[in-house]
Design a protein around this ligand. Structure first.
Ligand code: NAD
Length: 507
């Protein structure tokens, strides 16, 4: 965190978004936004004051009174318009995202696109927010459910998907009739703010969506605020656990999607080229800064012989600024992240793993100051080593060996994380055993990054998730609504009371 000085003071200030207006914060606490490929200061983000957080929540509370009763079709049509605007501005959004976050332009478009799919899903809200009805549960009695919005909900997002993850949150919350306070990552809020502007252009009314910036203090204020009914968090396990505990204690519904250590199991019968391409793409793409990146590959039996081919493939990947044509991976998000990732690589060698490919000290022509680490591969990795036990969140792949599928499953299940996993095989029986016995929430079969499309939910499990209901899909309708059951009887004019019913039975 830096207080603004000198040149940074001249950098464009990011606004808060309160009551339908971009508002300049009155805080004296700002942080520089820095292009990770060049270290150029491209903006500054405020840490909102308590009064500004209060104003955002109050605005959302006022807007809820009318928004909750807005007809389904009117809500849906805003998201139809919104998806059109996002498509129209795709290139501009991707460039902004790459400039502040570092990932390649193609991957930045992917980031926006996976969020766009949730916006399309929100446009179908009329088919999703449906109750149930049971006719004649007793004589002349029907019971039905209504799914009502909760009120003011909030979202707290990480740096690594600054388009997709905010779009996981506010479109579904608003489409279901809630109002929303968003707290984007303080590392790269610019593309998120552009998406908020487009949401307003699409017709999201003042107060229905508010945005505050900041870090720990703002997050804690959101967790504690009595008006906020539910919080969706995506980020690290440490912070997510804190948010879950603090906000649950304050009586809120909370979902936290958190850190990972995703294992891929490589069977010897797998299609070799496809498998190695998938592994290299999923381990090193986005410089490994994906919660669904493959960070551990378990080579079963003879597939251990493929490691030199994987190293050769990884060496062919082009590391450069995300805006450069042909770049396969860009820089890490910050100098701090660079220090953390290279520190892990240092420790991996000290702890006895074999460093087959070393991405430290990489030189990227034209970008001397970028936070670059090249693809890095360790083999002979074992539990107990810090490169295995902790989430590195960089382009570092740990290779382990197993004699059998059973052994590979046991290794994966013994790891506390449960975000994603994949098996590579041509055997239906092996794939079936894997999906039955693996204790991980999202499974790929010859698919390296099995993030489900939005008609399903994001279903990370165990240490990667707190809360029962995921973002998007059917689960998120349950997350953002309160189910009421109504049991009703209408008397026909000719009905006469026969006797008093003093039992609990419906008669
Ligand atoms: P982070 O936990 O540092 O930050 C997430 C949010 O929490 C940010 O908005 C930040 O401002 C806030 N925050 C940071 N420190 C805080 C504190 N002490 N108290 C309260 N709030 C605080 O995460 P990050 O580094 O931005 O993102 C990377 C992490 O997110 C990785 O662990 C990754 O696996 C995880 N992630 C998970 C998923 C998933 O779906 N499971 C998706 C993307 C990222």
């Amino acid at each position: 965190m830096t207080n603004v000085a000198d040149a940074t003071e001249l950098a464009p200030a990011i606004s808060l978004f309160i009551d339908g207006k971009m508002v300049m914060s009155k805080t004296d606490h700002w942080r520089s936004l820095v292009n990770p490929a060049t270290q150029e200061v491209i903006g500054r983000v405020p840490f909102a004051t308590p009064d500004e957080v209060e104003a955002a929540v109050a605005s959302s509370a006022r807007a809820f009174a009318t928004w909750r009763k807005t007809p389904i079709g009117a809500r849906a049509r805003i998201f139809l318009k919104y998806q059109e605007l996002i498509r129209k501005h795709m290139k501009e959004l991707a460039l902004l995202l790459t400039t502040e976050q570092g990932k390649t332009l193609a991957d930045a478009e992917g980031d926006v696109f996976r969020g766009l799919e949730v916006v399309e899903h929100a446009a179908g809200i009329g088919n999703l927010q449906l109750g149930e009805l049971a006719n004649n549960v007793a004589n002349g009695v029907d019971t039905f459910t209504i799914l009502q919005p909760l009120g003011v909900c909030a979202g707290i997002t990480p740096f690594n998907f600054p388009a997709m993850i905010p779009l996981w949150m506010f479109p579904m919350a608003i489409a279901t009739g809630n109002t929303f306070v968003l707290k984007p990552s303080e590392q790269d809020p610019m593309v998120t703010m552009r998406l908020v502007e487009l949401a307003t252009e699409a017709g999201v009314p003042p107060g229905v969506l508010n945005v505050v910036h900041g870090g720990e203090e703002v997050v804690n204020a959101i967790c504690d605020h009595p008006t906020i009914k539910a919080i969706s968090f995506v980020g690290s396990t440490r912070v997510g656990t804190h948010v879950y505990n603090r906000a649950s204690l304050a009586g809120k519904r909370v979902q936290c999607m958190m850190g990972a250590k995703n294992h891929a199991v490589i069977m010897p019968d797998a299609q070799k080229d496809q498998t190695l391409n998938s592994l290299a793409g999923a381990a090193f793409g986005a410089a490994g800064q994906r919660c669904m990146a493959i960070s551990v590959a378990i080579m079963v039996g003879e597939s251990a012989k493929w490691v030199p081919d994987l190293v050769a493939k990884a060496k062919t990947l082009k590391v450069s600024a995300g805006v450069e044509a042909g770049a396969d991976l860009g820089p890490l998000v910050s100098p701090d992240a660079l220090k953390r990732v290279t520190g892990f690589i240092d420790r991996g060698t000290q702890e006895g793993a074999t460093l087959d490919l070393d991405g430290r000290q990489i030189k990227v022509p034209g970008y001397d100051k970028g936070n670059f680490v090249g693809p890095t591969i360790f083999s002979g990795v074992k539990p107990g080593m810090s490169i295995y036990d902790q989430e590195i969140f960089g382009p570092v792949l740990c290779i382990m060996y197993a004699d059998t599928l059973e052994e590979a499953i046991a290794i994966t299940n013994a790891n506390p994380n449960g975000n994603g996993t994949a098996i590579f095989t041509q055997s239906g029986a092996a794939a079936r055993k894997f999906k039955e016995d693996i204790d991980v929430g999202q499974i790929g079969i010859n698919v390296p990054i099995p993030v489900p499309v939005p008609m399903f939910s994001f279903t990370g499990s165990r240490a990667s998730k707190l809360g029962d209901l995921g973002p998007f899909g059917k689960q998120v309708i349950a997350f953002y609504t309160q189910t009421k059951t109504v049991t009703e009887r209408w008397f026909e004019d000719s009905t006469t009371q026969t006797s008093v019913n003093t039992t609990i039975s419906l008669k």
